[in-house]
Design a protein around this ligand. Sequence first.
Ligand code: SF4
Ligand code: SF4
Length: 99
Amino acid sequence: MTEFGYIKNGETLSIRIEACTGCGACIEVCPHAVLELRESKATIRDRTLCMECGACALNCPMDAISVSVGVGCAAAIIRGKLSGGPPSCDCGSGSSCCG
Ligand code: SF4
Ligand code: SF4
């Protein structure tokens, strides 16, 4: 089965390897398997699959991940346009998903 790639997405995603403890939290919460552990450090497996939801950064206890939330999420962009506000997928309230 072919995975859907978000063209130009994931451009803002970065990991400070030196801060990563390899806990795996970011990998568990990522909905698109963007990240993987290599030699006990989180690494980016395929950044084109990233929809910049922010869940990985939100759940990293070491604040080792940086991503601009909502930039590439289609739902967030559409919601933002409809509301006249910034991109927001609105799925984070009360959960540990998005920021
Ligand atoms: S921002 Fe979302 S899709 Fe991108 S790597 Fe983090 S959890 Fe995965
Ligand atoms: S959640 Fe943070 S500390 Fe844990 S593996 Fe991911 S980047 Fe590393």
